[in-house]
Structure formats: C-alpha cells, structure tokens
Design a protein around this ligand. Structure first.
Ligand code: BES
Ligand code: MN
Ligand code: ZN
Length: 451
C-alpha cells in the first residue's frame, strides 16, 4: 500500500491519532500483510512509555492472529525495551481455568520489530531480550495473583518461587512451619493459627560476582485474607486472593534481576500464610513476641499484613542490606487516600525516595510519597505490651508504615503499599483486569539506576 493510499484511508476513517484510538483495516489480496493496525497516542512527543502502549494495544488487538510486525515512532534502547515488554504484557490472558472449549484457539506466537538496517545492532537485540524478561516477570506475577486461593496455598506459592528461581540460577531456601518456629517468627505464626494450611517463609537470592550493593526485597504473601476473627464482609473478601501480590512482586524482581544479570546482589523474602478463622485463630487482645524480641498486642486480626512483614523485616535486617524494599497490599486506607491505581510509598531516605520516584516516572507506574509522621507513633502505644499493631482509621496507611519501621533496624528502607494498583476490578489503559504485576518495572528500573 502506498503512503498516499494510507493517508487517504486515515482521512476517510476519521483516524485522528487520539489517545487509545485504534484503526484497523484489512487487505483482501494474497499478499503477506493481511491487515494494518494504527494505534493513536494523543501525544505530540513520543516517549518510551508510548512505545510500550503501542505494543500493548497492538498485541491485545492482534490476539486472534499468530504473527505481527511492529513499527515504532522511536527506536532507542528504552523504547525498544518497553515495546518488547509491552508485547508480552498486551498478550497476557489468564486462561488456566478455562476448559478446552473456552480456551482461545489461536495465540500470538511471533512478533518482529521493523527497524532501519543501520539500527539493527546487538544493543538493540539485547534491549528486546531485556524487555521480554521484564514483561515475562510481570506476567508471571499476574499469574500468581490471579491463581485461585484454593490452589495457590502458601506451600504452592513457595514452590512456585523455587521453580522460577531454579530456571534462572537463583538460590531459593524454603522454611517450613517447624523452621519458622525455630527462627522465632511468632507474628507470622500468630496469623497462621486460624489456617489449616502451613505457613512458608522463602529466602531467594541472586549474587553476581562483582556486586557493590545488596538490596533485600520483602513481600507480603497472604494467599487469602478473610480478616481472621475480625472477619471481612463478603464483598471485601471476594478479591482477597490478591493479598500475596507483594510476594509476587518480590519473586518477579529477584527472578528478573537474575535473568538480566544485573550487577547488584538481590535478595527476596516472602512471608506467607492465609488469614483465616479456624478454631485456634489468634484473637484481639492476644500478645505475641516478634522475632526481634518486641512484644505486640493484637488489636484487629484483619491487620495481619504488618505482622508477617515485621518478622520478615527482622530477618532482612540480619542480612545487612544496603537497602530494604517491601511491597504489600497493606491498607484499604491507601486506596481511600490515593484512589485505586496509585501506590503509596514511604522511605526514611530523601535521596532514595527521589530516585525511586524518578524510576517510577520512567516506567509509567503511579507512586506517591507519603509522610512517616512520627508523632502518629503514639497511636501504637499499648498498656500491656511494647506496642499495639494498629489503631483506628485515621492515617491508617501511615500507622501501618510506622509499625513496620519498628522492625527495620538501622537500615535504609522503602515501603510500597500496593493495595490499590496490585489488582484491578476492571482493565484500565495498558493494565489488565485482575493481577497487574504493579511494582516490578519500577523496582527493576531502580536497580538498573544504581547498578
Ligand atoms: N489486605 C488488606 C488490605 C487491602 C484492602 C488490600 C483492600 C487490598 C484491597 C489488609 O490486610 C487489611 O485488611 N487491612 C485493614 C487494616 C485495618 C484493620 C487496620 C484495612 O485496610 O481495613
Ligand atoms: Mn487484612
Ligand atoms: Zn491483608
């Protein structure tokens, strides 16, 4: 098709290139090209994020077809990396539980990027591979989050982490209940008491030969959050299989860091259990001793995430990290504050917070820094133990962060509350419905920036 003819079709069809607009037209002839898809961006200046969008929308639109070729308005390294990642992200579909009749009959199995001969360099090839690794990690995390909680038990989650680590040559040690007891993780065990499923603690690590920094990621791995005895209303409980999304991010980051051979030492810790109402369930009013020796009075059994994270953070402290980064679907209050698609994040270092925001902006993920207002610490004062683990609704995201801060030792720390963006009720923009893998891209971008 000549460019004149193309322009004519564009004009006739009223394609303005506005944001999200798609124009597809078919050719009836015997030629190799069967159809052309145009993706509108609604932007005068193209960024690498736009290239991701083009790839996501094209892959999504081309799901019924087996092969596509992509032409990008920009072909620098970040743009190509983002496009490769978008191709994987856009073709994502969680069809594991469809029987044959409902499974899609065809799958996109080949995508090529068309570039000028002069641009066809090994660096560009590498960018494609990197994008595919990152997109693969995001899709892997989505699969874990979308998996129904009767199948994704803490044991299954730990096994999935091990399997993924094995594939990229990362180490993975799984601790069972007995070993968790021996480590003194009594807060993780307290949450586990109401569940028929054993808890698991997972320590993944990737250690390249010449690493200058050691970063430890920690993830909340509640495979189902019924709320415990302070049980959730049924509507609030429905999507609570997503409560292990922090763990999914943590696994995805370690596996991708290893596959990308990033020159940073990366550890991933996952504390996993269900939060249920069994006969031995922990109660409001109970007091437990955390791994680091502090005593904690239980107030609301639905504030379980901070408890399992507390023991994981104490374990992380022993690894002497340069930086601790935790991800957790921690508080509904975070969605009240920032809406359903933005993460709240906290850091005790202004420099790190600034770099993290830059990484998030580059990856087009929405973060907002929240204040670690230490004067709210008094809300966690207890009359019978070292502290309470939660308080009322005011500043609920902040008091949760202040509780975690009691367990980080002297370390630099980033805490990301992904209660909203980890799981979407309906698809939005480039992001699918259900598990999103939110957080992985920013974390990897940050790791690259310090490497
Ligand atoms: N897993 C929830 C938080 C959550 C809510 C994540 C909605 C995703 C979507 C967490 O364990 C929880 O229940 N938090 C309580 C804390 C409260 C009892 C202090 C909450 O947010 O209500
Ligand atoms: Mn809860
Ligand atoms: Zn929870």
């Amino acid at each position: 098709m000549s460019s004149g003819a193309l322009k004519r079709v564009i004009a006739e069809e009223g394609f303005k290139g506005s944001k999200g607009q798609i124009l597809q037209f078919q050719f009836s002839g015997k030629g190799q090209v069967k159809r052309i898809i145009l993706v509108g961006l609604g932007a005068a200046k193209v960024s690498s994020a736009h290239c991701r969008t083009i790839a996501v929308r094209t892959a999504r639109h081309a799901r019924r077809f087996t092969s596509i070729a992509l032409i990008l308005p920009q072909t620098d390294i970040p743009a190509v990396r983002a496009a490769a990642e978008g191709l994987l992200g856009g073709s994502y579909l969680y069809d594991r539980y469809f029987s044959e009749s409902k499974k899609p009959k065809t799958k996109l199995n080949r995508a090529v990027l068309l570039v000028d001969k002069s641009q066809n360099t090994p660096e560009l090839e590498r960018a494609l591979q990197e994008g595919a690794i990152i997109g693969g990690a995001v899709n892997f995390a989505r699969d874990l989050v979308n998996c129904p909680p009767n199948d994704l038990t803490p044991t299954a989650l730990a096994d999935a982490a091990k399997q993924a680590c094995d594939q990229v040559g990362a180490k993975c040690k799984i601790y069972n209940k007995k070993e968790i007891q021996n480590m003194g993780m009594n807060l993780l065990l307290a949450v586990n008491r109401g569940s028929a499923q054993e808890p698991r603690f997972v320590h993944m690590s990737y250690k390249p030969a010449q690493a200058k920094k050691r970063i430890v990621f920690v993830g909340k791995g509640i495979t189902f959050d019924a709320g415990g005895l302070c049980i959730k209303p049924s509507k609030a409980m429905l999507d609570m299989k997503c409560d292990m999304a922090g763990a999914a991010v943590t696994i995805g980051v370690v596996v991708a860091a290893a596959a990308l051979r990033l020159p940073v030492e990366v550890h991933g810790l996952v504390a996993s259990t269900e939060n249920m109402t069994g006969a031995d369930a922990y109660r409001p009013g109970d007091v437990f001793t955390a791994k680091n020796g502090k005593t904690v009075e239980i107030i609301n059994t639905d504030a379980e995430g901070r408890l399992v994270l507390a023991d994981a953070l104490s374990y992380a402290d022993e690894l002497e990290p340069d930086l601790l980064i935790d991800h957790a679907t921690l508080t509904g209050a975070c969605m009240v504050a920032l809406g359903p698609r933005r993460a709240g994040f906290f850091s005790n270092s202004d420099d790190i917070a600034q770099s993290y925001i830059v990484a998030a902006e580059q990856q087009d993920e929405m973060y907002w820094r929240m204040p670690l207002d230490t004067d709210l610490r008094e809300l966690l004062k207890s009359s019978i133990a070292d502290m309470k683990h939660c308080d009322g609704p005011y500043g609920g995201t902040i008091t949760a962060a202040l509780f975690l801060k009691e367990f980080i030792g002297k370390n630099k720390w980033v805490h990301v509350d992904i209660a909203g963006p980890a799981f979407l009720e309906t698809m939005h923009g480039d992001t699918p419905k259900g598990g999103t893998g939110f957080g992985i891209r920013t974390a990897l971008e940050y790791l690259r920036s310090i490497a």
